[in-house]
Structure formats: C-alpha cells, structure tokens
Design a protein around this ligand. Structure first.
Ligand code: NAD
Ligand code: G3P
Length: 315
C-alpha cells in the first residue's frame, strides 16, 4: 500500500513519523511552506524522518492508494469538497474525532457521502501525538465494516510500536472517540474548579453511560464503547494534562482564558451530541451541560448545581 496522510498538524505528523517505520509516507500539510527544518509547528521537537515526503501539493498525496485524514472534524467535509475526483478506488481512513455540526454524523458518513463506492475506515483510540511520534507503545482501533479491507489496513498501518486492533463497528469506534472529548472537558472543568477527584470519577462514569446510550441508539455495539476507542480513550483524555480538551476544561473551571488556536474537538461535539439527543429524545445531561459551558451561557458552579439537582434514578 502507498500511504499518504492529509493534515499536517500534530496528529498527522505523528502518524507519518510512525508509519515511516513500514515504508515511504507522503504527508500533505496545507502550510508546508511554514515548516522549518522538517518540524511541524504544532509538534515541536519532532523532525520528520527521511522516509516521509512533506508536500504542500495535495495532488502529490492523492497518488497514494491509502489516504489517512488527520485534520479537525469540522474541516473534513470542506477539505473533501475541494479534492478532485478519483477517491473511489482508494482506502479512506478518517483519524478525526468528532461529530460534524452541519450533518450530525461522524467522519465515516462524510467520507461515504463524498466517495459512495469507497469503504471508509476509522483509526481511533487512546494516543497522544507526542507519544506516537516518540515511538512509545500505543494500541488503537482500526474500524472498517468490510472485513477484508479492515484486515489489510490493520496489517499495513500496524508498526512495531503501534498495535492496531480490528473492529467492524465503525459507528461505535467513531462515537467513542468523539464523545470522550466532551466528557474530558467536563472533567477538566471539575478539577479546575476544585471539585475533586471523586466528582471527576462520577463524571467519567456517568459520561461513559451517556456515550454508550447515544452510540447504541445510533447503531453501535456496546462492547465497542468498552474498548480502546471508548473507555480506553475516555480514561486517557479525562486524566492527563497532555489532553487539549481536558486543559480547555481546566481553564474553564479556573476562569482562565484558553488559546483559541488550539484544537479542542469536544466543544463542537457537545453541541452536535446535544442536537442529536434533542432530535431523537435521548437524555444527554453531561453533553448538554458542556455545550452550554463552552458557549458561555452557564458557569461551572451552575453546571454542577444543575447536574446534582437532577431527579434521583437507578444506575
Ligand atoms: N493531537 C493528538 O494527540 C491527537 C490524537 C488522536 C487523534 N487526534 C485527532 O486528530 C485530528 C487533528 O488533530 P491535530 O492534533 O492534528 O490538530 P492540530 O491543531 O495539531 O492540527 C490540525 C491541522 O489541520 C490543518 N487543517 C485544518 N483545517 C484544514 C483544512 N480545511 N484543510 C487542510 N488542512 C486543514 C491545520 O492546518 C493543522 O495543520 C482531531 O480530530 C483530533 O481529535 C489528535
Ligand atoms: O489533545 P486531545 O484532547 O485532542 O486528545 C488527543 C487524543 O484524542 C487522545 O487520545
């Protein structure tokens, strides 16, 4: 397989560095001209190995037969709209974690909309770009509805340090990765406001229940949510200062400003999840709370009061 990564931010760069262990990789960055010494501005301290070709010309990346899309969720549809015909015969792998605000779908449906004959796949799970780029051991989920395609991608994209588990549950894998970011913002806000580790554990657990409720309603297998793409990534993102979603929540909880140029997927995903819950009558109190927190219509103390005042129920 000839592999190209589209999206030259922290994650796309880390994937290209990691996959170079298997052979040549092309990395397309729209801002390739702004790179200095083959170092991504979003992933300092990591230099591209010789096997990675960095290009600002998307046509060069599109000569590959396997394309990994590693850019923010809300940018995916726009990027695809601007690409020329010819995606149909390729393996298309989405690496973004989120729900598109306009369509209220994850990345696989957007890839399918653009290339109906292609079989989209999802690469997701607990992984910080800095860890992957340093070659630290990481396990991820590769989800594809087509088993043969899933097996081929699992083989091609696993490396000695990056271990891929296969799944056919695309909806479950992408929703786990999307919704954990919302819960991570809630957990960051909780810790930032000094509400304690017990409250965080409650938010993680009830957040996981909420993730599973929505994902199963939309067709996911509950076991997928309990795997790397769901519980695994939830655990990492809700407990580490390396997570941007968690740090954004910390800033909210402390009443501090946060750099608007940092990618925080959970804010838009909270709004999208809340819209899905409203549309389908699924209660999602944590997503709704995070949606209002991030748009600034609710404070952290008000949010906790509202969550605690909900009617008592069975677990
Ligand atoms: N950073 C991580 O540790 C990590 C790990 C796993 C998954 N992810 C996921 O990967 C996705 C990308 O995150 P990231 O960390 O690379 O973000 P980032 O902020 O580091 O980089 C985003 C990149 O996307 C590019 N981009 C944005 N819109 C674009 C467009 N329309 N066309 C072309 N390029 C565009 C930007 O120029 C930038 O280089 C997110 O969905 C994130 O959840 C990130
Ligand atoms: O930095 P975050 O919060 O976008 O998290 C990065 C990855 O999704 C963790 O698996």
């Amino acid at each position: 397989m000839k592999v190209a990564v589209l999206g030259g931010g922290a994650f796309g760069t880390a994937l290209a560095v990691s996959l170079a262990a298997n052979g040549p990789v092309t990395l397309w960055a729209r801002n390739a001209g702004a790179w200095r010494d083959r170092t991504c501005p979003k992933l300092e301290g990591v230099t591209l190995p010789g096997r990675v070709t960095l290009t600002g010309d998307v046509a060069e990346a599109l000569t590959a037969d396997t394309l990994l899309f590693a850019l923010p969720m809300q940018s995916l549809a726009g990027l695809l709209d601007g690409l020329p015909e010819g995606l149909e015969g390729k393996a298309l792998v989405a690496c973004c974690k989120g729900i598109d605000l306009t369509r209220l779908t994850g990345p696989a449906a957007i890839l399918a909309e653009r290339a109906p004959a292609a079989m989209p796949a999802i690469l997701t799970g607990p992984s910080f770009a800095a860890d992957i780029a340093r070659g630290l051991p990481t396990a991820l989920t590769l989800a594809c509805a087509d088993e043969a395609m899933g097996k081929a991608l699992q083989q091609a994209l696993s490396t000695p340090a990056l271990r891929l588990y296969r799944s056919r549950d695309v909806i479950g894998a992408e929703l786990g990765g999307a919704l954990k970011n919302v819960v991570a913002i809630a957990c960051g806000a909780c810790i930032g406001a000094g509400l304690g580790d017990s409250a965080r554990a409650a938010l993680m657990t009830r957040g996981f229940a909420e993730m599973t409720r929505l994902a199963v309603h939309l067709g996911a297998e509950p076991e997928t949510l309990a795997g790397l793409s769901g519980l695994g990534d939830l655990t990492l993102t809700c407990t580490s200062d390396l997570s941007r979603n968690y740090r954004f929540g910390l800033a909210l909880g402390r009443g501090e400003a946060f750099d608007a140029g940092t990618t925080v997927e959970g804010a838009a995903t909270a709004q999208a999840a809340e819209a899905l819950g409203r549309r389908d009558g699924i209660p999602l109190p944590i997503c709704g709370t995070v949606s209002r927190l991030t748009e600034g219509t609710l404070t952290v103390p008000e949010a906790m009061d509202q969550l605690l005042a909900r009617p008592l129920k069975e677990e």
